[in-house]
Design a protein around this ligand. Sequence first.
Ligand code: FES
Length: 154
Amino acid sequence: MSYQITVNGESHVVAAAPETPLLYVLRNDLGLNGPKFGCGLGQCGACAASVGGTLTRTCSIALRDVGDAPIVTLEGLGTTLKLHPLQKAFIDEQAAQYGYCSNGMIMAAKALLDQNRNPSEDEIKDALANQLCRCGVHNRVVRAVRRAAMELER
Ligand code: FES
């Protein structure tokens, strides 16, 4: 079957089985490597993107269920020439070790800052608590989100 989806402001027609996880379409059909395949079971958050404005684990939503909800991936937040404040803050704070989780961390932080422009440290930790990560930089991640929040406040 073919489906029309909107990703990062661009419309795409993709041919895939209805039950295909959105993550596979993003990575394999559209070449977007921001969302990562971690567990494939909706548990780690590495595959997160915004679907219809909601933070979504794209390994766990079937293509047929996306409908006309606009999708925003990590690539849609900023460009290499004009980074989103969260992307810049993660670089400035060196808030990654191997970085496989960074997509989910940044997308979850984006969802938080969309709702709460001035989150406390505890609110940041709560918002990111379900993003599983083995990096040893959790404090840097929190600092990066705070830094981005301050930048967005300006
Ligand atoms: S890969 Fe989707 S939640 Fe782990």
